[in-house]
Design a protein around this ligand. Sequence first.
Ligand code: PAF
Length: 283
Amino acid sequence: MEILNTVAALHARTEMWRRENKRIGLVPTMGALHEGHLQLVRAAAQECDVVVTSIFVNPTQFNNAEDFQLYPRLPEADATLLAPAGCTALFLPSVAEMYPQPTVLRFDFGALERVMEGAHRPGHFNGVATVVSKLFHLSSPHRAYFGQKDLQQVAIVRQLVADLSFNLELVAFPTVREADGLAMSSRNRRLDAAARTVAPLLYQALQQAAVVVQEGQATPAAVLEAAQGVLATEPTIQTEYVEVVDAQTLQPLAEWQPGQAVAVCLAAYIGGVRLIDNVVVAR
Ligand code: PAF
């Protein structure tokens, strides 16, 4: 596996692969890799001829300076995991390399970003769309792989691909969980022992909500109540939001439509670490 640190090197490499008719898979990450990332890389290796994994803790998508500073950075350890998973090239740029000057372009995804992560992290999806667009341009992937733990991010990137006519297939992979249900996340590394013990309650709250979604007579309000009831059993969980939304539009639901796919999404702080999770349930 080669490590590319510059935009020029990545561009040159992917242009060469394109000339050789190689199918390129891209797995964008911010590093501190876990099994969820590695499943994306393995899938890309199976479905494409070459795989580019990017590791870049993107400052423009952080609305909180401390969160950016504390985000785990383990590039050497990450690199050792990528080659066995089938990665061809690791793109590991500096901030100056990715942003030689501040970006002026601004993205606005309308209603899609006025809820949940977009509502609670102003500017977050502008930063995501900026860096993902750059990565798409630089690596010209045939397929790009994302995890569904970031459900709203997947929806935003899908909109980005459609609106800007990126000629690629977006592949969304189910959330990978620890044995106790906690969704794998790079931020889990920041949980101390007490917080790690409490963290599986997030998924338990979502499971409880999913059971209620499937009950014939239940309302979205009853679903919210079920999730909030579980979260309220643990005083160290500070819930930022729990939402019951349409799984496509991500707009909050006051009532159900027949056959609707419903997502229950939440964000919460545990021991000072902000975690998100979701489940998608058919009614
Ligand atoms: O999901 C992430 O890790 C990031 O938001 C992404 C897609 C790599 C963009 O920085």
